[in-house]
Write a protein that binds this ligand. Structure first.
Ligand code: TYD
Length: 138
């Protein structure tokens, strides 16, 4: 599976500065209906978070300020991806283990999600994730 999938957002800026608009129901770029938006900010120095996969949830992560890294793992290979652009969204499919780290001090990570928050959709145990992702167990 291709780990790194980017979505490019149109920059509507002018001489005053930049602007990106994502309209619910209109956004052609995001391959799901957006049901939830959340953002991660003021992350402490050296903090890593995530360490889970989702059974059904799809997400797009956009670093709208500063920078951070997301390690993606589909159960077969790992890739560390650098996010630093408000016009580039990283598509994170279901059954993709993710670890967020290396947050800059001013980092704001905006996440678009395909469903409401549901703890039962999480896989938080890496061994369990590997078993499921490699197709040994459901
Ligand atoms: P968590 O998913 O553990 O954060 P991360 O994976 O980024 O390290 O979420 C942290 C807390 O916030 C946890 O108690 C669940 C809660 N939460 C919500 O209530 N709604 C949400 O949309 C998200 C993403 C988290």
């Amino acid at each position: 599976m291709e780990l790194e999938k980017w979505i490019e957002f149109q920059r509507l800026g002018d001489e005053r500065g930049d602007l990106v608009a994502l309209e619910i129901g209109q956004q052609q770029e995001v391959p799901f209906e957006i049901k939830r938006v959340y953002y991660i900010y003021r992350t402490g120095e050296g903090v890593s978070r995530g360490f889970h996969a989702h059974k059904t949830l799809k997400q797009v992560a956009i670093c709208i300020s500063g920078s951070c890294n997301i390690t993606l793992d589909d159960g077969f290979s790992r890739l560390d991806v650098h996010l630093c652009s408000p016009t580039k969204g990283l598509l994170i499919e279901s059954f993709m283990w993710r670890e967020m780290h290396s947050f800059s001090e001013n980092c704001v990570l905006l996440v678009l999600a395909s469903a409401h928050y549901d703890e039962s959709d999480y896989i938080r145990n890496y061994e369990e994730f590997l078993r499921v992702a490699r197709g040994h167990e459901c």
